[in-house]
Design a protein around this ligand. Structure first.
Ligand SMILES: [Zn+2]
Length: 141
């Protein structure tokens, strides 16, 4: 049996919290600063989660990895993992808005018929059906 997980709803926050808690307890016992070691443990767990992600989960998990890496003290990350991390973070943070909109279209339209966007091509899309990537300033909020 295979479960398809919504890519926008990552599983794994509990695992990151557990890794951070364990690392924090160990750091406290060793007299090391707790916060930075908790952040690095959560980051390392996020790397594992990106490696283990299904294609549907990967964009959201990569997004979380980008967020954690931006805040974590990267000088505490071991060299081999730091190299992997640089590779994973080489691309810009994934934007899964199109995936989200496509899923909403599929759920909302049981007929399978898909209407085309009829909004002006040189202006913002108000219907959410436009396919190509559009700069953020042209997307209706
Ligand atoms: Zn439109």
């Amino acid at each position: 049996m295979t479960y398809q997980v919504d890519g926008r709803k990552t599983v794994g926050a509990n695992e990151r919290a557990a890794a951070a808690t364990a690392a924090g307890a160990l750091a406290a016992a060793l007299g090391l600063p707790v916060g930075p070691h908790q952040e690095v443990a959560a980051l390392i767990e996020a790397v594992r989660q990106v490696r283990a992600a299904t294609p549907a989960q990967r964009p959201a998990r990569l997004g979380i990895l980008h967020d954690l890496a931006a805040a974590a003290p990267l000088h505490l990350v071991a060299a081999p993992l730091a190299a992997d991390l640089r590779t994973m973070l080489a691309d810009p943070r994934p934007d899964d808005r199109q995936t989200f909109l496509q899923r909403g279209r599929e759920l909302a339209d049981g007929s399978g018929w898909e209407a085309e966007c009829e909004c002006p091509q040189d202006g913002p899309c108000f219907c959410g059906r436009r396919r190509e990537e559009v700069p953020d300033h042209l997307v209706a909020q």
